[in-house]
Design a protein around this ligand. Structure first.
Ligand SMILES: C[S@@+](CC[C@H](N)C(=O)[O-])C[C@H]1O[C@@H](n2cnc3c(N)ncnc32)[C@H](O)[C@@H]1O
Length: 321
């Protein structure tokens, strides 16, 4: 990457608007490039091959839950996964994410010379050199989708990216996966798996991170180990686990700096941990010191960061018990 894509980051700015969710559109936009390089190549390649076998003469039907601002749709187009007509339902429980998705997708399409037109609030049509995609922005939670029977019928592919640690997936997936066709695929990516690491090491940080992971588990039991739990869950009868692999986030300074996205993303992560633990009745006594140190290290281009994730691809084989 050329050097001028890097910046000496400014001193820690207010990176997230406290009135917005932790997953504000700016954060999801910054995350895209980090996810792009983290996504597991073997699992992606397995998806590409399996989807080519699945595709019939009908338009490919894809549904994504927790789609945020639509970066996975951009990715499947950019990476050439869609080579013909397709319907892509991008759903999210937060309607404001889908409003941002419409804006993000429009800007992205324009930048790349694709044709994207909207009819009404939620329907779009994207035409690229290789693909013709009907887009449906569906403001529905994954739980609502699981229970809803609608006109779209069964899907060839269900995508969930960086969302399954926010839902009770052992209860959700058995209700959602029957919405796949026989031999339909599910691509479940960026599933957090219990490890966060900031470097250089700092005494006392282990306890801060332990409490942060515990706060995830307090919201949804087992959330901090979603990756490994999915690995087991997808080996149940009626499913074939086709591929699995790591998709860790790894960020380190280059030329004593980061890309703009990395700077924003690192500051947002530190702020998320700080804000989450500050809500506790007795926050760790070293929390503020820790956060200030880590913000300073981002500003100085001295921080490295790792988070462990797993990507998985499974196929529906027949009736699900
Ligand atoms: C971490 S963001 C990931 C967004 C997107 N997949 C990405 O990686 O850019 C999680 C998204 O899931 C959505 N979400 C949270 N709980 C949900 C649920 N129960 N059903 C559907 N979406 C949900 C949030 O609104 C948010 O947009």
């Amino acid at each position: 990457m050329p050097k001028d894509n890097f910046s000496r980051p400014p001193a820690h700015p207010a990176v997230t608007d406290p009135t917005q969710s932790a997953f504000c559109p700016r954060y999801l936009a910054a995350k895209k490039a980090i996810d792009d390089r983290a996504l597991n190549h073997h699992v992606w390649e397995s998806l590409r091959l399996a989807l080519a076998q699945t595709a019939g003469s009908e338009p490919l039907k894809i549904i994504e839950i927790g789609a945020g601002i639509g970066t996975m749709l951009e990715r499947v187009v950019e990476r050439g996964l869609l080579t013909g007509p397709a319907v892509y339902v991008a759903s999210d429980s937060d309607p404001s994410q889908l409003r941002a998705a419409r804006q993000e997708l429009s800007q992205w399409a324009q930048k790349r010379g694709h044709v994207l037109s909207w009819s009404g609030e939620h329907q779009g049509r994207l035409r690229t050199a290789g693909a013709d995609v009907s887009i449906v922005l569906d403001p529905a939670s994954a739980e609502e989708l699981a229970d809803r029977s609608d006109t779209l019928g069964a899907f060839d592919l269900l995508i969930a990216h960086a969302v399954l640690d926010l839902v009770d997936f052992p209860a959700l997936l058995p209700r959602l996966l029957p919405r796949l066709k026989a031999n339909g695929l599910t691509y479940l990516t960026c599933n957090f798996d219990g490890d966060t690491l900031f470097l250089p090491e700092w005494d006392g940080e282990q306890e801060i991170l332990r409490q942060y992971h515990a706060s995830m588990d307090a919201r949804i039991a087992g959330a901090s180990h979603t990756g490994r739990r999915l690995l087991t869950c997808l080996q149940r009868p009626g499913l074939e686990l086709l591929a699995a692999g790591s998709s860790d986030w790894v960020i380190h300074p280059r030329n004593a700096g980061y890309t703009m996205e990395e700077t924003f993303f690192l500051n947002a992560l530190i702020e998320t941990i700080e804000r989450e633990l500050a809500k506790k009745s007795s926050p760790p006594s070293n929390l503020v010191t820790w956060a200030r140190l880590r913000y300073r290290q981002v500003a100085a281009g001295e921080l490295s960061f790792l988070a462990r994730h797993l990507d998985l691809l499974a196929r529906r084989q027949g009736p699900l018990p």
